[in-house]
Unconditional design. Sequence first.
Length: 500
Amino acid sequence: MSGVPVAVALRRASAADRIHHYLPKSDTHYRKVQSYVEEVPVPEYRWASDAAYERFRDIKYGVRLHWGPYSVLGEPGESWPFLKLSFADRQHYQSLYKTWNPGSFNAGEWMDLFAACGMRMFAFTTKHHDGFSMFDTHTRVRQRANWAAPGGPGIEPCDLAYSMMETPFHRDVVKELCEAARQRDIRIDLYFSHPDWYDADFRPYAYHPLQVPSSDVLTTDYREVKSRLGDEEVVVPDPNPDEVRRMMARHRAQLTELLTRYGKIDMLCLDQWLGPKVWPMLRQTILQLRKLQPDVMLRARGIGNYGDYYTPEGFVPGARENTDTPWFVIYPLGSSFSYERVAANYKGAAWVVRNLIDTVAKGGNFMVGIGPDGDGRFHPTAISQLREVGQWLTVNGRGIYSTRPREAALWSEGADIRYTRTKDKRTVYAFALTWPGERLSLRSIRPAEGSTIQMMGAEVPLKWTLQGAGLEVQIPPELQDESRRPCRFAWAFQIRTEAV
């Protein structure tokens, strides 16, 4: 341990001793890579420290932002619709950046909104699958698809960053967002897609629109790729060794930029996967990223059990998962994670509150997804609904932030009661997802002798009794009037319990 600071040595030892760190076998992205990413990371790898894991588990609620050239088109689905565009429309899509000038974007206003809505972190797409970089990358794309080439689509040479700095806007969006977030104590999660559909060097990985004769060997999902691409599949020659090395060098360089040019990054949200042939190079990239920021929490997509956390997408797990890997539900407020123009498609504040409580009771975090339009503005309905959630959290946030789940199956009672607890286990919060009426009946909790029970936001002690094995809390008549309740959607009861 000579020459190594004690704190660093302890952090390394703690992360190395985390022996039950594995993803759920049911996780979709784990299954994509389990055939070639080793189940147990190589001995020199270290996960983030226990302190980083603790900070991650304290967050509970955040926002996921998808913004890119696809926002100019105003259609939901992020960059996925690109795969179903005609060749002429793909060529047009790849030129959208030349006129993109989102004059309404204001990083400070975005972060003020998120802070007011009770969000403790934000995730932002630095680069989605379409390959467009929302930051000032110094890397260069050397070849791309020409979808309008005479005789049909083919690969052509190029030399550009394909980034926000080549638009008329010419501003580093990631830099501005990171700076604004730090000023408001909002944690930073930078999303980055492993595949890149613009850069032809990245063929054929993860639904790349350019496939190759060896796709079934290079990827683990070629049948699914063919199904998704359909008649729009274009087959070009296999990448040669120089192209593969150039692909992985650019991939590593961009991730290095994100971890060296924007200050401390709390989470790196990797997405999709590459393939078995390039896994050794990707593994080396992950080892190097860990050296750059030892406590950055890495999303597990594409890297298996090297990841620090995973993300159930579009659903809340039905029960507490059989894993100690932290998790963050990601769920769009509209029909997808990008801009939703139809107001009726936003799910509502009550939906967010219910899913947030359910997730936190099971030990996870909840991230709601929205996207701005091409000009940088969020839909008024999205703003209104998220502000309602913020108002609810102003009343009940003490039972959400920095809490932990109760042991085993004690996180719930039936369909309408969820529990959280303080870290010292001396206080439990019971959330009623429907109004309990004149009395709240709880079976699995016993207050400490002389404990005061109160509904959060209504600073009046409530009368309670123990009836056999159950607790009954009386709800006063004045609270039966909806207009006099401290909040809407769900109601939290703070209960001091016997120390465990």
